[in-house]
Design a protein around this ligand. Structure first.
Ligand SMILES: Cc1cc2nc3c(=O)[nH]c(=O)nc-3n(C[C@H](O)[C@H](O)[C@H](O)COP(=O)(O)O)c2cc1C
Length: 371
């Protein structure tokens, strides 16, 4: 166990200790790289040297789990320019390169499986998007249409095929992107899901697609291949219609369906629930699912920050912006006087941290990040 000298009161920390999943797979510490869209892939979704270099630097820097950006499982679900793809076997060579480079540096490489649903713009996909219902995500975005049952069956197949591809490529696992207003959130949300068939109405119905995908993947990969799910436990910004109590119930179903971990995207891992002021979401999930490994992300910068999140009930933490600024965060955090670099960073400083000009440009969307 690491001891942190914080003034006269040393803090015991588990953050840098290994974590063992139920399957026996071991992460070398409890720090993951959160999925970060970076727009560095080639136009066809194949891995670029820039994207590989960025992720390799974090694996070298000690991150135990290195997750790719959201990667589309079908061309119709593409959400970003320069997005990594996992929709076709033609993309296998890049995935294999990713798997071997990150594993060689001691990390567990995982891919975030993604479909944008209504947030897949026609200018990128050339087709009208599908979603739970014909409800646009934003007033000015392309209107989607409600997916038919056979399209939903196809979506399940696409996710399963993408996960199998990742397994074949030698990756350690996948994270199903069920957060942030994309396809699965559109089904879970009572704002965007107006269906009256078996994919709408009750929570069980709204969760059907996600559970079918999870179970479909688990049936096709060995137990040692990690299959996690990322959720937004309640609404935020433009994402509405999510309910904390429902998310907690869903977590239990995900555990029962074999999820290897649940990743809660909190945006601020120190804030109380908006729906239950005075209560932090993590202990609620911990209590509901004592055995399910929980990952939490949101404004975690320092080792004591990470420790506090573990004390709230998480098993692992995921770092986004802190990992962009500090590629070697887990290694550097062992030093007693470690203070992470925080934004703003100049484009030159970001280049030193493995960000290509495209990624630096994308980071300008995040307020006060690029100097
Ligand atoms: C540039 C950038 C890209 C992101 N891309 C994704 C993504 O592809 N998938 C995802 O689930 N979350 C994505 N997020 C959210 C992060 O994974 C993370 O949850 C969020 O940034 C909060 O953590 P932080 O405060 O440590 O940055 C992104 C965040 C940033 C800053």
């Amino acid at each position: 166990m690491w001891r942190l000298g914080l003034g006269s009161a040393p803090l015991m920390t588990h953050v840098l200790e290994p974590f063992r999943f139920a399957s026996g797979v071991e992460a070398r510490n409890r720090v993951a790289l959160a999925a970060l869209t970076n727009q560095q892939s080639h136009e066809d979704g194949s891995l670029s040297d820039d994207e590989l270099g960025f992720l390799e630097q974090r694996a070298q820097g000690g991150f135990a789990i290195v997750c790719t950006c959201a990667a589309h499982v079908a061309l119709g679900g593409r959400g970003f320019e320069g997005q990594l793809g996992v929709y076709d076997d033609a993309l296998l060579p890049g995935l294999e390169r990713l798997a071997s480079a990150l594993s060689a540096r001691g990390a567990l490489p995982i891919v975030q499986l993604y479909h944008g649903g209504s947030r897949s713009p026609m200018r990128l996909t050339g087709q009208q998007s599908i979603s739970a219902s014909d409800v646009a995500f934003e007033a000015d975005s392309d209107p989607p249409r409600a997916a038919t049952p056979s399209e939903l069956a196809q979506l399940v197949d696409d996710f399963v095929a993408a996960a199998e591809r990742c397994h074949r490529a030698g990756l350690a696992g996948v994270e199903i992107h069920g957060a942030h207003g994309y396809l699965f959130t559109q089904f879970l949300s009572t704002t965007t899901n107006r269906r009256t068939d078996e994919w709408g109405g009750s929570l069980r119905n709204r969760a059907r697609l996600l559970l079918d995908v999870l179970e479909g993947i688990k049936r096709r990969v060995p137990a040692s291949f990690l299959v996690g799910v990322r959720l937004s436990p309640e609404g935020f910004a433009k994402v509405t219609g999510l309910d904390l109590a429902e998310s907690i119930e869903l977590a239990g179903w995900l555990a029962a369906s074999g999820a290897d971990f649940l990743h809660l995207s909190l945006w601020d891992a120190f804030a109380d629930s908006k729906q239950r002021p005075g209560q932090h979401p993590l202990p609620l999930f911990r209590e509901a699912c004592p055995e399910l490994p929980l990952v939490a992300a949101g404004k975690i910068w320092t080792l004591p920050d990470a420790e506090r999140v573990l004390e709230h009930g998480a098993d692992l933490v995921a770092l986004g912006r802190a990992a962009i600024c500090n590629p070697d965060w887990p290694r550097a955090a062992t030093a007693p006087d470690f203070t992470p670099r925080r934004p703003p960073l100049s484009p030159e400083e970001l280049a030193e941290r493995g960000l290509s000009p495209k990624f630096v440009e994308y980071m300008r969307r995040w307020r006060d990040f690029v100097a």
